[in-house]
Design a protein around this ligand. Sequence first.
Ligand SMILES: Nc1ncnc2c1ncn2[C@@H]1O[C@H](COP(=O)(O)OP(=O)(O)O)[C@@H](O)[C@H]1O
Ligand SMILES: [Mg+2]
Length: 246
Amino acid sequence: AEPGGKRILCVGLVCLDIISVVEAYPAEDTDTRCLSQRWQRGGNASNSCTVLALLGAPCAFMGSLAPGHAADFVLADLRRRGVDVRHAVLQPGGHMPTSVVIASASRGTRTILHASGCVAALTLLSVPQVSSVSRPAQPPGQPDRVILRAGSGWGWGPTPAPPPRRATLICAWAEEGADAMGPGGELVHADACPPETLVDTLGAGDTFNAAVIFALSGGQSLQDALNFGCRIAGKKCGIQGYDGIV
Ligand SMILES: Nc1ncnc2c1ncn2[C@@H]1O[C@H](COP(=O)(O)OP(=O)(O)O)[C@@H](O)[C@H]1O
Ligand SMILES: [Mg+2]
């Protein structure tokens, strides 16, 4: 987040989702007429930007795109939501990652067929927010660790202080809500907030993540942030897409 302004940077995937809404999930080798079909901007980081923008948080997307109609579509849609795209990197070639999604209107499930496309990964040093990348040697058996140092104008988290030594772990469990373990080892749970009718669970996790980050960056407690995440994610599950989650 930007010190002071708290602009939230989401780094990761943007892709094209081609969503076919059907009454019921089809059997193999059948021919089904869809209730509706739409293109939607997808990808975890990109979806979280949508939710942050709808919550009123200034946010930016950072990730790779491959040139073509799909990139034009997703960039225009990020701009429409007011997401800062100046750190999106349009690579010179490749194909945009694309998901074909079968969304069941009667059960609210989403079945995703993801093609990861072929697009160059971000070169972190090519973006101004990251001034250095290092990969310190880790003792055997320890997870690999990559250290990103923020360039001028950006910090990590709500304050530009060094990252905490102990992380907060957060895990969402669909209709079972979410659990977290705080930096002191304390356990926190929030129940899910199911909508009256399950309509569309595509992006529920991205919605949850964005809402939790929003709440934490506003200084809320871990418990309040989990509750808020489940409330906004539950609302999302009751509508198609994202309009109306706030
Ligand atoms: N079927 C559901 N009923 C109620 N809430 C749900 C449902 N599915 C998801 N959610 C809400 O969205 C959050 C994230 O959902 P989850 O299914 O874990 O993410 P993903 O999108 O990765 O599958 C859950 O913590 C819950 O608050
Ligand atoms: Mg789910």
